[in-house]
Design a protein around this ligand. Structure first.
Ligand SMILES: C[S@@+](CC[C@H](N)C(=O)[O-])C[C@H]1O[C@@H](n2cnc3c(N)ncnc32)[C@H](O)[C@@H]1O
Length: 226
């Protein structure tokens, strides 16, 4: 019984926390028509099955451990602050490695006016994100269904700012992703959440804390130096 109360309590806290984040987001972005369209279309496309349910359904067929697929989302407010901290330029191209529903990919394209790419292993995330981008009339947004362990330079090599929310990723997956990222040119930026990238080819520039759907987490800003 105590456990049930505890679970209900945790879920309520989480609900109010995310509601708070959303209210701040409304205050900041509600003057943008594209933001309303993006939010409404995203809401409608996941009305019958939310991202958590989808991951549970499709994750079983994905060739990765379930711990890598634990879902969480970066709010528009947080990705805006993170990219401002990264001093995004008009010539940048943003890549979300494990993009989920594609919220950051679409938001960054619309808010910062730069081309964006999202990669994810869950087929329905990618299919719905492509439909969403098409319905919003976006031409400089690309989604790729791929395992990050095998992602190629042809797919992501023209990115300049890479974003990795690998909070729950197993070590083996992180090692494989690192070996892909080490093929990128010198000067690209890599932003990781919760953990620093373990590679001598990337220099850690700064660490800051931001709010995510799962709570406050540290964000690591790196630059490729070798
Ligand atoms: C925590 S979610 C982050 C979503 C998004 N980046 C954001 O910040 O809103 C992590 C995503 O990584 C994806 N993922 C996990 N392992 C993957 C892999 N091996 N290849 C591609 N995507 C993967 C999951 O499907 C999930 O959508």
């Amino acid at each position: 019984m105590r456990q049930i109360f505890y679970l209900v309590f945790i879920n309520l806290v989480n609900l109010f926390y995310n509601l708070g984040l959303f209210i701040v987001e409304v205050g900041l972005f509600s003057s943008y028509i594209w933001w309303w369209k993006m939010r409404v279309l995203l809401f409608l496309s996941y009305l019958s099955d939310g991202p958590y349910l989808l991951v549970r359904k499709e994750g079983r067929r994905a060739p990765v451990l379930p711990q890598n697929l634990i879902y969480g989302e970066t709010s528009c407010l947080t990705i805006k602050k993170i990219l401002q901290e990264a001093e995004v330029k008009p010539s940048d191209r943003f890549v979300d490695l494990g993009c989920g529903r594609g919220l950051t990919v679409i938001f960054v394209n619309q808010f910062f006016h730069i081309p964006t790419i999202g990669v994810d292993i869950i087929p329905t995330f990618i299919r719905r994100a492509e439909i969403l981008a098409k319905n919003l009339g976006l031409t400089k947004v690309r989604f790729i269904k791929e395992n990050l362990s095998w992602v190629t330079m042809e797919q992501i090599g023209d990115g300049t700012i890479f974003y990795l929310t690998g909070t729950t990723f197993e070590d083996d997956l992180l090692v494989k992703i690192t070996s892909r990222l080490e093929l990128l040119p010198v000067g690209v930026q890599l932003i990781t959440v919760s953990e620093k990238l373990d590679s001598t080819l990337f220099q850690l520039k700064k660490v800051k804390s931001f709010y995510f759907s799962w709570g406050k987490a540290e964000v690591f800003f790196h630059e490729k130096i070798g």
